[in-house]
Design a protein around this ligand. Sequence first.
Ligand SMILES: [Zn+2]
Length: 202
Amino acid sequence: MDPITQLTEIFSHFPGIGPRQAKRFVFYLLGQNDSANKKIADLILELKKDIHSCVRCMRFFTDNKKGALCGICSDEGRDKTKLLVVAKDVDLDNIERSRSYEGLYFVLGGLVPVLDKNPEERIRQFELKREIERNQELKEIIVALSATVEGDNTADYLRQIFSPITAARGIKISVLGRGLSTGTELEYSDMDTIKNALKHRE
Ligand SMILES: [Zn+2]
């Protein structure tokens, strides 16, 4: 395969990118000079070097000390009674930018499709359980997943597997309000929508 076809193939696997957009990326790169393209290639190689997954919330963050906590988890000012569960890092960034939430987070790493046989392989449910057990101040788990069939199914699944712990400790499980319309991806929601959805959680 020639480089154009190979790169198109690679870009088409990026989230939300189809073959036509992938090809546009390739032609964009063809129009750049060598130093600009080298910079991109170098950054991709460096990307995972200093970036680690936080041992508590599992989000990616830049740090030299492996195993350390991210800036949010190590911030003493955050409200430890709330834990907001999102599917992806980009959702967390989006909610953080809306400045309407001051509690802790957990990044699930995916969603559970309906009738999936191995949900525990799709999401970080064991890490989430560990986090719920570790945080004895926890009063509310806010499930902030996309308003899609998969998002709803994942929320139901979480409720089901964690109900013994939450019932025993009196922890409330809430979901984002319907400010997010059906089919909306959290990732593409604007700040006001996120603020409203958080305010109207139930
Ligand atoms: Zn963290």
